[in-house]
Design a protein around this ligand. Structure first.
Ligand SMILES: [Fe+2]
Length: 316
């Protein structure tokens, strides 16, 4: 099994696969523990993943609560994560974004101020920043060079979480900058795949592309069948509770959009037709202008207040 082009080492030691067990929603292996945090307001699942040997942790896609009507940000979701980190005696090494989300604001900067850790995202965030700097007509000092983040991952880049090796995989299509993070026997797939009965994310945002998304999905689905997949969102059908963990085997058998046998052309036709019916996400305009700043709110005006920008007649 080889995941990273040009690499001679396997990503996983499948001979070392361990028994897993669950406790209060956490998913554990002998090497790592994954704690999910579901935000019902946006359907987002954030994760705290920790290396059991060292208690080093990565926080993935943390949410900053935001009420559009009042313009009020809140930190209850982030504070739950912070409390979990404190309670577990964890040390935050990384705050990982899978992409510049269009449905929620990131609390990466708020969490970093309290727990430390390096905020990181894929290097293609520069393209996203350039597009949205133009759309929002952001201040001249905002540079679309990724410097707002502490680290930008290249495709296939490996890094450490304690004693656990993590690989960043470029999985564009939903946006041009989407990354998935592979560690232990799990992948945090961002919006590249949803639960099998939900299917896939839209591919009609700026820089998105359905054919590219299909290839990124297949890249993940080429992993060993038992690989655990953790999704960034769940929008459960009526009657089902939110879920966030699945496997490659389940996705290949049952994903309504990309189960085995669905061709790229079929997926592109389905995705394109479906995207044409979708409304612009409620929080896209507030979210992206904060998320391209790595969760930093816009610089305050001379009265000390930060303002969001809403371009008129520019989207939709
Ligand atoms: Fe997304």
């Amino acid at each position: 099994m080889q995941l990273v082009r040009g690499s001679s080492e396997p990503l996983f030691c499948w001979d070392c696969r361990r028994a897993r067990w669950r406790d209060n929603g956490a998913a554990m292996s002998a090497r790592t523990t994954t704690e999910p945090f579901f935000d019902p307001a946006t359907g987002t699942v954030s994760y705290v993943v920790s290396d059991n040997a060292t208690r080093n942790a990565a926080i993935i896609d943390p949410v900053l609560d935001f009420e559009f009507r009042s313009g009020r940000t809140q930190t209850q979701s982030a504070d739950r994560i912070i409390a979990h980190v404190h309670d577990g005696g964890l040390s935050v090494q990384w705050i990982l974004e899978t992409h510049a989300h269009a449905d929620h604001l990131s609390s990466a900067r708020y969490i970093q101020g309290r727990l430390g850790g390096r905020i990181a995202i894929g290097e293609n965030i520069r393209h996203v920043q350039a597009v949205f700097k133009k759309l929002y007509n952001l201040e001249r000092t905002f540079l679309p060079d990724g410097s707002q983040f502490d680290h930008l991952f290249k495709d296939g880049e490996r890094f450490q979480l304690g004693q656990t090796e993590v690989t960043a995989l470029l999985v564009p299509g939903h946006t041009p900058a989407d990354m998935a993070y592979v560690l232990d026997d799990a992948v945090f797939v961002g919006d590249t795949l949803f639960m099998p009965d939900v299917g896939s994310a839209r591919a009609d945002f700026p820089g998105g592309d359905a054919a590219t998304l299909y290839r990124s999905m297949r890249r993940i689905l080429d992993l060993p069948p038992a690989t655990r997949l953790f999704v960034c969102h769940d929008y459960p059908p009526t009657g089902r509770e939110p879920q966030w963990e699945t496997t490659v085997a389940e996705q290949r058998a049952r994903n309504i959009h990309v189960h085995d046998g669905v061709t790229e052309a079929q997926f592109v036709a389905m995705r394109t037709a479906r995207d044409a019916t979708l409304e612009v996400p409620t929080l896209i305009l507030p979210s992206i202008q904060v998320n391209v700043r790595a969760g930093q709110l816009p610089p305050p005006d001379d009265n000390g207040v930060s303002y969001l920008r809403i371009p008129l007649n520019a989207l939709g």
